[in-house]
Write a protein that binds this ligand. Structure first.
Ligand code: SF4
Ligand code: SF4
Length: 351
């Protein structure tokens, strides 16, 4: 019996055509496409076959899976997740032991060359025994499972850039998925954890267009990581006017002024938090009064200086920022701007 299309599955689950179109319009908006693209997305998604997805979890805290599954129903994430065939997920599946391994092997066999491989967590190279599943090292399992994948998606900063496990002194020799897989497209969806809508949005893009999205120089989909937190931050008018909170409980903080001096890394951090937000669009860290820590940037943990202004930390153009620290916050803001310009320039120069 032929497998159902996504449209058939959704309509069988009681999703109305109107609700489906509304969902596609929201999707077009998330992907920064014009509203007219919604009908094209709807037509493509309706006919799409459910892709097989295998999700492997390596050196991680499970936060990325939590991020996706803690959302409240019914959401875009639910709809998208219902639209895939999650054939193997070490954390979510009921099967354990040999049964779990068989599920992965069967999914690979049945969908060779076509399945998507999602990975969260970093890969330890220091010792094959540091992290194993069913006695198989993470490295071996990644290499073996990636062979038949159409594409590999690295979910979260650990999989995308090594993350916390890779932080100095990196006792396990942790590396990113892209350090191991060189012969397949690897899409990075960094964040600690990543925004759930971004995870599902990338899956939706694949379902709709059958291709991987356009990526930036750090392997991130430009549709979601093309603008900095600062570019879309609602506190930006205060930044422009030089109104900064000096402590977490001063009058500036109470008035909602810019958090730059409290360590905000928004000016050089690329992610969708300020637009799609968290918890079904309720809020995001800066809206809750906390500066952006830069969790979707490479080496964010080792760069540290979470509560120091950019001018004083190791972010962006380190040499320029070091000088800027001596002349105060205004120069620091200028150095941050310079770092952002350099990032933009690097993006434009990439092939
Ligand atoms: S520095 Fe941070 S809080 Fe201030 S405008 Fe930029 S992103 Fe928003
Ligand atoms: S606001 Fe910054 S630190 Fe917080 S989740 Fe978004 S990118 Fe990560």
């Amino acid at each position: 019996m032929p497998s159902k299309t996504l449209g058939e599955s959704l309509f069988e689950r009681g999703v109305s055509r109107r609700g489906f179109l509304k969902y596609c319009t929201a999707l077009a908006s998330i992907m920064a496409l014009p509203p007219t693209a919604a009908s094209a997305i709807a037509a493509a998604l309706e006919k799409a076959k459910k892709p097989s997805v295998i999700w492997l979890e390596f050196q991680a805290c499970t936060g990325c899976t939590e991020s996706l599954t803690r959302s409240h129903a019914p959401t875009l994430e639910d709809l998208i997740f219902d639209s895939i065939s999650l054939d193997s997920h070490d954390t979510l599946q009921a099967a354990a032991g040999h049964g779990a391994e068989q599920a992965r092997e069967q999914a690979m066999k049945d969908n060779w060359g076509n399945y998507l491989l999602l990975v969260d967590g970093s890969v330890p190279l220091g010792n094959p025994g540091f992290s194993t599943i069913g006695g198989v090292s993470n490295l071996e399992m990644l290499q073996e499972t990636a062979k038949g994948a159409a594409a590999v998606i690295a979910i979260g900063t650990c999989a995308a850039y090594g993350g916390l496990p890779k932080a100095s002194p990196n006792p396990t020799g942790a590396v990113a998925v892209s350090d191991v897989i060189k012969d397949k497209p690897v899409i990075n969806i960094p964040g600690c954890p990543p925004v759930p809508v971004v995870i599902t949005g990338v899956l939706a893009h694949y379902l709709t267009f059958g291709t991987i999205p356009e990526l930036d120089l750090h392997g991130r989909p430009l549709a979601f990581y093309g603008q900095s937190i600062h570019d879309r931050c609602y506190r930006r008018p205060f930044y422009e006017k030089g109104r900064f909170a000096e402590s977490f409980d001063d009058e500036g903080a109470k008035e909602g002024w810019c958090l730059y001096k409290l360590g905000c890394k928004g000016p050089i951090t690329y992610n969708a938090c300020a637009t799609v937000k968290w918890n079904d669009g309720v809020s995001f860290p800066i809206e809750s009064g906390h500066p952006c820590l830069g969790c979707s940037e490479p080496d964010f943990w080792d760069k540290g200086s979470f509560y120091q202004a950019l001018a004083q930390g190791q972010w962006g153009s380190a040499a320029g920022l070091g000088t800027a620290a001596a002349v105060g916050i205004a120069a620091g803001a200028g150095a941050a701007l310079l770092a952002r310009r350099k990032q933009h320039q690097a993006r434009e120069e990439q092939p």
